[in-house]
Design a protein around this ligand. Structure first.
Ligand SMILES: [Fe+2]
Length: 288
């Protein structure tokens, strides 16, 4: 029998977790044990700190539900989400880059037609997002689905509100020529939720807890890699201090003010509105 000592406990724990039946699980768990033990040794973790960390994890789980994803938020503010995105989506130059999903995506958004209004009565400056969905070689990707979601003018997502209907989210489909048109309202920069354990931790630092104004997209099309990304408003506050590290220069677009009149969907707008143009370029699936 080998008794446990401070010197051998890491090796013993790694040996146990190396027995995982799935080789990848064994690889993940032995590396996790190694890094956790190294962390505890490096900072000389106290029992009070260990207890506080367990309490924080427990609270993070308890505040999460079907719509609130506090663990995703934790991963986001630690920079882990964006690192995992970059490790897994090394697209070709010229393809639209991916960024974080964030904690507020809701499955099953209703499908709207070209120029359909996903703001549907929510107050704000009308915004038309238009452009095309294309492959790297410029071919239109007809039928590409654009799942779009965003915060309201107060920075609140549907997931944070007590509403039963889809709010500021919808799916659109690129036409035969690859064109898409989203009618919504201009987004504003917002703070991440500060009323939970992530906010409590961030509040103890000098970290800015804001995100620059943006709209979220999840693009899917047969034969192409799914693309999770955002479009950010050029000149918006917090572009260089995004609390979730999600901003990329290629995703910053001009939001151009327009006078009342014709709109990109062939209709008209009776009040001043804003237009943003962006051509999405999808990465074809690697041959399998
Ligand atoms: Fe967002």
């Amino acid at each position: 029998m080998q008794l446990v000592t401070e010197d051998n406990i890491t090796a013993l724990a790694q040996q146990r977790w190396a027995t995982a039946k799935d080789p990848r699980t064994a690889e993940l768990m032995t590396a996790l044990v190694r890094h956790l033990h190294d962390f505890a040794r490096e900072v000389r973790l106290t029992e009070a700190e260990w207890t506080a960390a367990i309490g924080w994890l427990t609270a993070t789980g308890q505040i999460s539900d079907a719509k609130r994803e506090e663990f995703i938020l934790a991963s986001d503010v630690l920079g882990l989400s964006m690192l995992v995105v970059q490790l897994n989506h090394r697209f070709s130059p010229g393809a639209t880059p991916a960024t974080v999903l964030g904690p507020f995506h809701v499955d099953g958004s209703p499908e709207l037609g070209f120029g359909g209004d996903m703001s549907d009565g929510v107050a704000g400056t009308p915004l038309y997002l238009t452009g095309t969905v294309r492959s790297l070689d410029g071919t239109p990707v007809a039928g590409a689905v654009l799942d779009v979601w965003q915060a309201d003018a107060d920075g609140a997502y549907e997931a944070q509100l007590d509403v039963d209907e889809a709010r500021l989210r919808a799916k659109y489909r690129a036409r035969e020529d690859g064109a898409y048109c989203v009618r919504t309202i201009a987004p504003k920069g917002y703070s991440i939720p500060m009323d939970g354990p992530v906010g409590s931790l961030v509040g103890q630092t000098g970290i800015s807890h804001f995100r620059p104004a943006h709209v979220h997209f999840l693009l899917t099309a047969d034969g192409f890699e799914p693309l999770i990304t955002h479009l950010f408003q050029e000149g918006a506050e917090y572009l260089d201090s995004d609390v979730v590290f999600g901003t990329k220069q290629e995703l910053v677009v001009a939001f151009t003010p327009r006078e009342p009149g014709p709109t990109p969907d062939g209709g008209t707008c009776a009040v001043p509105w804003t237009e943003a143009r962006y051509d999405f370029v999808l990465q074809p699936c690697a041959p399998r």
